[in-house]
Ligand binder design. Structure first.
Ligand code: PLP
Length: 391
């Protein structure tokens, strides 16, 4: 199903990008094979491109429980977040406040800090608990108030795997009349997502983290997007969501996004259900499966006296972040690569939290992350290889 997985490597690097199934490769190839032109033309290859875009919006809407008219497509989450931050902050001024979190990937921090600086708005920080790496909900009662415009935080940390209580935080945000911008890039592949239940006014995700091509998406209520005026070219469409999208998009990749959503929907579901229902049952099964494999990984690492694990929580995506005494994290990644095991090391752009944990200047840590195509053999290989590192 995943041609790349046949190369004998244990792909424990999904948090930085997943492998793609044959169906995604086929969808991209067949979009090109069928003849593909730009949109708004009078001929079939143009209409095919329009259909591909519409299908892509619908598939992402199904994945997260959103409205296809509120699905903004773009190159990746970082670009979309910068674009939206720049546009929203046009209406901010001195005295306004934005709240960012120390747990987040920098892509959900820096665009807001820089946008706030341009508007002379104030930035407030939600802190992680240094012992557990959790992002305590209660602090938001202090941080969020009448001056708060927007609160940006993650649905799951890309290094610690910690999953904050998104719905509880967004409830506090909404009580204050502010907007919640939720980074779902790490979370989406690990369980069912419903942006309405989460209370996310904006939710971001990137298809390359869930077996699709390198495409990002921002999902919001179309009415909310109507109220935001991004910079755009004069002849470019002015309607939502198109006005947030710049230039000619990668249509064939968009076909691959739809195929990736169909792949997720088909993991554990009955074909007679709607795609949204199939996604909910498949991703619920994925969450259970990953928790089982991850418990073996965490348990194995915990038993090794030379290993220090970062992050401790019951609400956790299957992502381990650890150091091994006497070994630089990069050196561990190199040694594991020699045994055909892919892991990451370094800050993985979780710049603030690695600082808060006091490990940024020490090469940070090693990240081993699971997705649904990993299994117990991958975990066994990792544990054996870590145990075999020289004393
Ligand atoms: C949690 C999280 N947020 C944001 C990003 C940035 O996403 P993108 O590469 O789509 O810009 C990443 C990428 O690794 C991530 O893991």
């Amino acid at each position: 199903m995943f041609p790349a997985l046949a190369d004998g490597y244990a792909y424990l690097d999904g948090a930085a990008g997943t492998q793609v199934p044959e169906s995604v490769i086929g969808a991209i190839a067949s979009a090109y094979r069928s003849g593909l032109s730009n949109t708004d033309g009078a001929f079939p290859s143009s209409q095919r491109a329009e259909q591909i875009v519409a299908d892509c919006r619908q598939s992402i809407a199904d994945l997260v429980g959103g409205d296809p008219a509120g699905v903004v497509l773009g190159p990746n989450m970082t670009t979309l977040t910068y674009r939206v931050a720049f546009a929203i902050a046009k209406n901010w001024s001195a005295g306004d406040e934005v709240v960012v979190s120390r747990l987040d990937h920098d892509a959900n921090i820096r665009p807001w800090i820089q946008a706030a600086a341009r508007a002379n708005a104030t930035v407030r920080w939600a802190e992680v608990d240094p012992a557990s790496g959790e992002l305590p909900t209660d602090q938001y009662r202090r941080l969020v108030g009448g001056h708060t415009k927007l609160v940006a935080f993650t649905a799951a940390s890309n290094v610690l795997g910690i999953r904050p209580d998104v719905a509880a935080i967004t409830a506090i945000v909404h009580e204050a009349g502010a907007l919640a911008y939720v980074d779902g890039v790490h979370a989406t592949v690990h369980g069912p997502i419903d942006i309405r239940t989460l209370g996310a006014d904006f939710y971001t995700t990137s298809a390359y983290k869930w077996c699709g091509p390198h495409v990002g998406a921002l999902i919001a209520d179309p009415a909310l997007l109507e109220a935001i005026e991004p910079d755009k070219l004069v002849p470019a469409p002015d309607q939502v969501p198109d006005r947030f999208e710049m230039g000619t998009p990668p249509f064939a990749d968009y076909a691959g996004v739809t195929a990736a959503v169909d792949h997720l929907a088909g993991l554990a579901s009955s074909p007679s259900q709607s795609r949204r229902a199939r996604l909910t049952s498949s991703m619920t099964a994925v969450e259970r499966y990953e928790a089982d494999v991850f418990s073996v990984l965490l348990g194995g690492l915990e038993e090794m006296d030379r290993v220090t694990l970062y992050g401790r929580s019951d609400r956790r995506a299957p992502t381990a972040y650890f150091t091994v005494d006497g070994h630089d994290p990069w050196e561990v990644a190199v040694k594991l690569a020699e045994r055909k095991i892919n892991v990451w090391s370094g800050d993985n752009y979780a710049w603030e939290v690695t600082g808060a944990l006091g490990i940024r200047n020490a090469g940070c840590a090693v990240r081993a992350s699971l997705v649904h195509y990993n299994d117990h053999t991958d975990v066994d290989r990792l544990l054996e290889a870590v145990a075999a590192l020289k004393r």
